[in-house]
Design a protein around this ligand. Structure first.
Ligand code: ADP
Length: 620
């Protein structure tokens, strides 16, 4: 379990600190790399088939219904034409029976259409339900570096928009495409059998139709993709700016943000306008060509009738079929685009699903039931992807229950050491031992279950205070939660709230003070009862009374646990068993406060020059 850890510290902070403009440009680079269309159509379809095969019985039923409905819709015009010859011209008997038969054909046609549609919707909804769950679960198993490289909004768009695309196109487009192809084949076959010459004449318009459609689909395909990309970009941007509202406001960036939003919105308008307009040409073009072919059939057909080469009924059948023949072509063109964008969407979903999960813990992975808490960093060297070196040759040892204060300027590598400790990343050289065991051998989840985190910006979710504290130990009783809150000095402020432990917290934790948030985080950590504790001390000052409460609660929490403190308070640092001073990823000094002061090195000068209100100002 991840405990109170807000993933990944550095990145979250980095994003908060950047202005909205910087956030926007980051979004763009993420987008630019994305290819607008499915790169591997057949592979994606194969993967899609992997999902659909689970419903092969239903699918077969849908196929039968599509075949039936196509056949029935071919039968309708045929019967109408025959009726004209038999009952209007030849005046045969049995017209009523014929009418009933025709009625049955139309009713059956509706029934088969209706059945294929609800069955397919059922299949599609079950499929996307599975995909959505899989994707969400998978996202939670992906390693931290994956998220560092991507915009959250963009990932969200895959879980929502892309899957929705797949769903809607499975609902209708697949059936449409399939039945259009069947109708096309059926119509041509019947037409050929009735009059090859008239069929040929009808086909004269086909090359024109195909050329026009090819041009239109090419344009619209490109434009619809651009629209989808722009929409994803806008989503990402909205998500970023809304979650960074405070920063936007704090830096008075509202105008910049709104201007950037307008620009993105305008891009959607332009691509949307052209995509809709050009795709709107398809039916008009089809209509014009339809009329053309109708005129040809009527003209030539009339001559044939006058020469007794063909019946009037056949011409009616032809006229009907020529319309039916262009409709599936039209549908194919329309649905093809939807299908293409759904395939592209499915591919984007499969891309995420194909990402390696946090490297599955090696076969020999150990699960520790109890951790005493000795921690050894052994010549640890590490670099983030694409960087030369972040941590080099870091070695230090902690006995169970020891406290180490990590000290050093911003960017020195303190957070990175913690990320290595909890295996968000693994060292490239050297190793970290917990109770003498290489952390690489310990299952990540198990390792993290022995740790708790109290961070500057503690992760609180929407829920009651009770639930938020219980996040530290999900099976804790109400009494245990209250006990932890008491030890964390949080009980008194909680009981002063109108609803006490049942007061709701907002996702961003607003509504309670910064100091109270920390007390809740401490209560959560106390409840988790970990052997190893990670503490990122608050840099902002908190009112003295709360501050004293926090310090007292922390003392209780740290008692008997191995603690890593990213320390800013001289008081905390002085009390640590060991101080590790980092600069540019390397240890430059280590020892107790007294030892380091005696060395008259970096630490002693830092304490001398940067101490203000009992806190080290590390950014200078
Ligand atoms: P500190 O906690 O001491 O301020 P960090 O451990 O956060 O320092 O950062 C150490 C260095 O690693 C910095 O130069 C920082 O820019 C870089 N860094 C931190 N996180 C990442 C990341 N996810 N990807 C690339 N570089 C990073």
């Amino acid at each position: 379990m991840l405990k109170a850890l807000k993933e990944p510290f550095q990145y979250t902070r980095g994003l908060d600190e950047s202005s909205a403009g910087a956030a926007a440009s980051k979004g763009n680079t993420g987008k630019a790399k994305r290819k607008p269309r499915a790169r591997n159509m057949s592979g994606t379809l194969k993967q899609m088939w992997g999902y659909l095969i689970a419903y092969k019985g239903r699918l077969a039923a849908v196929v039968v219904m599509v075949i039936l409905s196509s056949a029935l819709s071919l039968l309708g015009p045929y019967m109408a034409g025959t009726a004209i010859d038999h009952y209007l011209i030849s005046r045969d008997s049995g017209f009523v029976l014929f009418l009933v038969g025709m009625g049955v054909v139309y009713v059956l046609h509706s029934v088969t259409m209706w059945l294929q549609s609800i069955w397919m919707i059922g299949i599609s909804q079950k499929t996307v339900l599975r995909m959505r769950v899989q994707l969400f679960e998978h996202l939670h198993r992906l390693p931290i570096p994956y998220f560092s490289k991507r915009q959250h909004g963009e990932l969200m768009s895959r879980v929502t928009n892309d899957i929705e695309n797949v769903s809607s196109s499975l609902n209708s487009s697949v059936i449409q495409v399939f039945s259009s192809i069947l109708l096309l084949i059926g119509t041509v076959t019947v037409m050929l059998s009735l009059s090859p010459l008239l069929t040929l004449l009808t086909f004269l318009v086909v090359p024109l139709m195909l050329l026009g459609m090819k041009w239109i689909t090419k344009q619209t395909g490109r434009l619809f993709k651009a629209q989808q990309r722009n929409l994803g970009d806008l989503n990402g941007y909205i998500e970023e700016t809304l979650s960074g509202q405070r920063i936007v406001k704090a830096f008075s960036q509202e105008h910049t943000v709104i201007a950037a939003f307008k620009e993105r919105n305008e891009r959607i308008r332009v691509s949307g306008f052209w995509a809709q307009t050009i795709s709107g040409f398809i039916p008009k073009l089809m209509n014009a060509l339809n009329n053309l072919s109708f005129a040809v059939i009527a003209g030539v057909g009339a001559i044939f009738v006058l020469n007794d080469q063909i019946t009037v009924g056949t011409i009616i059948i032809f006229a009907e079929y020529s319309r039916q023949f262009t409709r599936p072509l039209n549908d194919l063109a329309n649905q093809w685009n939807t299908l293409l964008s759904a395939v592209a969407g499915a591919e984007r979903v499969f891309d995420v699903l194909g990402e390696d999960e946090e490297r599955v813990d090696e076969g020999a992975a150990i699960e520790l039931t109890e951790v005493k808490g000795s921690v050894v960093f052994n010549d640890v060297t590490f670099a983030y992807e694409g960087r030369a070196s972040t941590i080099s040759d870091v070695s230090f040892e902690l006995r169970p229950g020891d406290t180490v204060a990590l000290v050093g300027p911003t960017g020195a590598g303190k957070t990175t050491l913690i990320q290595l400790l909890c295996r968000f990343y693994d060292p490239s050289v050297g190793n970290i031992l917990i109770d003498g065991i290489d952390t690489r051998m310990i299952k990540r989840e198990n390792l993290r279950s022995h740790m708790a985190f109290v961070l500057q910006d503690s992760f609180l979710f929407e829920g009651t205070i009770l639930e938020n504290i219980r996040y530290g130990k999900l099976d804790a009783t109400d009494a245990e939660v209250e006990q932890a809150a008491k030890l964390a000095n949080a009980h008194s402020f909680i009981t002063r709230l109108k609803l006490g432990y049942h007061s709701m917290l907002k996702p961003d934790g607003s509504g309670i003070s910064q100091g109270q948030k920390q007390l809740l985080a401490i209560a959560r950590a106390i409840l988790a009862n970990p052997s190893i504790l990670v503490l990122d001390e608050a840099t902002s000052s908190i009112d003295t009374v709360t501050e004293i409460k926090i310090q007292e609660a922390l003392q209780r929490l740290m008692q008997g646990r191995t603690s890593f403190v990213i320390a800013h308070r001289l008081n905390t640092i002085q009390q640590a068993d060991q101080i590790v001073v980092l600069q540019d990823g390397a240890i430059i000094e280590k020892g107790s406060h007294a030892e380091l002061i005696a060395q008259h090195g970096f630490y002693s000068s830092m304490v001398g020059s940067q101490l203000k209100d009992g806190m080290l100002n590390e950014s200078s």
